[in-house]
Write a protein that binds this ligand. Sequence first.
Ligand code: GLN
Length: 208
Amino acid sequence: MTTTPTVGVLALQGDVREHVEALESAGARAVPVRRRSELEAVDGLVLPGGESTTIDKLLRIFELDEPLRDAVKTGLPVYGSCAGMILLADRIEAGIEGQRTLGGMDVTVRRNAFGRQVDSFEADLDVVGIEGAVRTVFIRAPWIEQAGPDVEVLARIPSHASDGSRVAVGAGKIVAARQGRLLATSFHPEITGDARVHALFVTMVRAS
Ligand code: GLN
């Protein structure tokens, strides 16, 4: 692997530019991916957040769903954030009728898991493999409800907030995980100006 890997950002919906910038500051060359030929040219891929049901439909329209499934199966490193986490999950709870995922991670994700009252929130979390707390932003986020034995849990929602109050929703739920070359977070690291999650992924791409 070259020292500057090329990492694609699926560019059908979501924070494409922010992911490109975070990847570049993490030492990768970042390129948008909309076509099969573009997918074939990358060493790793980011699936941004957005709306997983829409991305599912767009993947089929752009005829990227099968190539992407194959790429995941044959070991392309992929990082999915929020809706991207949903796409990487083998199983989905609270999906819409007919919603499909790409799969690859032996997890069950719950869509919109935090519910209406805590639609969006921020938290400082410890993430395995990253030194110091990570400021995380959750936007109508999923969580991982169940994870198989090969899944490494990287972060959970704590039971207490930094002010000492009990966390009402989601305490203990998995919000970051890794399985082999796949990385998933419930939160959006691309909008905080902190590229450490992207750097973790770039390290995975370099190692592959
Ligand atoms: N709720 C969205 C979904 O189900 C995910 C939200 C996000 O990616 N910010 O796809």
